[in-house]
Design a protein around this ligand. Structure first.
Ligand code: SF4
Ligand code: SF4
Length: 443
């Protein structure tokens, strides 16, 4: 028997039930009650409908909950001396075995991007790591690109394996929908080997065809090799960022919907059941809010929305690549589709490259090659390496940072409206063409 498995649509509930019987919490995309199109990952149980639509909110909460308890504390007074109080701290590292079913490759890549700061830096986050170790990600490869997604610009694709343990691809089948499941990691291989699913080797050729067809739907991509240097070079050009951010209303949706954003805040909360106990919480926060960086003194190092957008885009396309060698963006497009004023991070990055005198040469359509199906042997998680973005030369970045010290004063809460950056018609021309050619198919 090969490592591939075959799954028909009508057998998905029994497959999920078997995963639950093994002790897993199974998170599936679910249409939120009272909404027409808001799809979120929720725990599945027998009898629940199964939806494989791209979720509105990524599966990030499986490893980084929107709010989690870090420690609980209890204060106890000495009954013989009320001036004496002792404090007991209890760390609450909670993790249950979890399977994310039918996320998309861009969501899974988002988790791979989160892995770097949370598990590979100087400080490792025990809360994140506990959840990550017990997580299995089954990603449904996309049948086509869509209007707002651009995974192939940032080293991904509709069937990219980064962050997934199993890739699931829809193949043509008579009278039903059917899928091939391909193990990517040892965890995925073990999960499929334990399943009762049929061998999928005979339909691997159909899987490869489906992936190839999906790749062919993607629009030509610009070359972002220079993006880290060029975005960093725009750092001190605050009028550029002011121009790009003019319509922003600082709502933070672009960060809350993003699979790769990981800013958080820490708050303490007294327990309602006890006047002497409480808990310390970690909750998602957004660097697009003016409160995110405001210090206790009242000083705010990022007082204007232009500075906050500069930070967000520079982190994703310059600083993170400098530290980890890849963009901190999986190209999922949610920040574009969810932005209430229609700001588009693709345009901002392309404008930054043009502003800094760079070029983006789009390759011909036929150069866009489908990702090769991975060999049947399941690689270890750490063996699946995302494509690298060229990091900016250190001297350029240091220079940009040094120039960036000339930020506005704390009182300059909104930047003065500046004239449009002088970009040439030629530079803008490509940007328009590139974005226009994006497909309009929905997934
Ligand atoms: S979603 Fe749009 S308006 Fe809201 S903070 Fe992000 S860029 Fe600004
Ligand atoms: S920055 Fe936007 S496109 Fe990139 S991963 Fe985040 S939400 Fe998706």
């Amino acid at each position: 028997m090969s490592d591939y498995r075959y799954l028909q649509e009508q057998d998905i509930p029994s497959f999920l039930a078997a995963l639950r019987a093994l002790g897993n919490r199974v998170l599936v995309p679910t249409l939120q009650k009272g909404t027409k199109e808001s799809v979120v990952f929720t725990p599945w149980q027998e009898g629940d409908p199964v939806l494989v639509a791209k979720a509105t909110v990524p599966a990030k909460a499986a490893v980084l909950p929107s709010c989690e308890t870090l420690v609980t504390y209890k204060k106890t007074k000495n009954p013989d001396n009320y001036a004496e109080t002792s404090l007991t701290l209890t760390e609450t590292v909670e993790a249950e075995p979890t399977v994310v079913f039918a996320s998309r490759p861009c969501d899974a890549k988002g988790i791979a991007i989160l892995d770097n700061p949370y598990t590979k830096g100087i400080y490792k986050d025990p809360y994140y790591m506990a959840k990550r170790e017990k997580l299995v990600v089954i990603s449904l490869t996309c049948n086509s690109g869509c209007e707002t997604c651009f995974c192939h610009w940032v080293g991904g694709g509709p069937s990219s394996p980064e962050g997934s343990d199993i890739l699931m691809t829809e193949i043509p089948a008579e009278g039903t929908k059917a899928y091939v499941l391909q193990p990517i990691t040892a965890k995925g291989k073990e999960m499929l080997a334990k399943s009762a699913l049929k061998d999928g080797e005979s339909v691997v050729a159909l899987m490869n065809e489906a992936r190839k067809a999906a790749f062919a739907t993607l629009s030509p991509k610009p070359d972002l090799t220079e993006a880290p240097q060029k975005v960093a070079a725009c750092f001190a050009n605050l009028s550029f960022w002011a121009q790009e951010t003019e319509r922003c209303i600082s709502c933070g949706a672009c960060t809350y919907f993003c699979p790769t954003c990981y800013c958080f805040t820490i708050t303490d909360e007294g327990e309602p059941t006890s006047a002497q106990g409480g808990r310390r919480l970690r909750s998602w926060d957004t660097c697009m809010s003016s409160l995110f960086t405001r210090e206790a003194s009242g000083h705010n190092p990022r007082p204007s929305k232009a500075e906050r957008m500069r930070n967000r885009v520079s982190h994703k396309f310059a600083t993170y690549p400098e530290n980890w060698g890849i963009f901190s963006c999986s190209g999922c497009g949610r920040c574009i589709s969810q932005c209430p004023v229609g700001l588009d991070i693709r345009k901002i990055v392309l404008h930054a490259i043009a502003e800094a005198g760079g070029t983006v040469h789009p390759p011909k359509q036929e150069e866009a090659k489908p990702a090769k199906a991975a060999p049947v042997q399941a690689p270890k998680l750490e063996e699946v390496k995302p494509a690298k973005a060229a990091p900016a030369p250190k001297e350029d970045r240091a220079e940009a940072r040094a120039e960036g010290k000339q930020t506005p004063s704390a009182n300059d809460t909104e930047p003065a409206r500046s004239p449009a950056p002088r970009r040439t018609a030629k530079k803008r021309g490509f940007i328009k063409t590139s974005l226009k050619k994006s497909g309009t198919r929905r997934r």
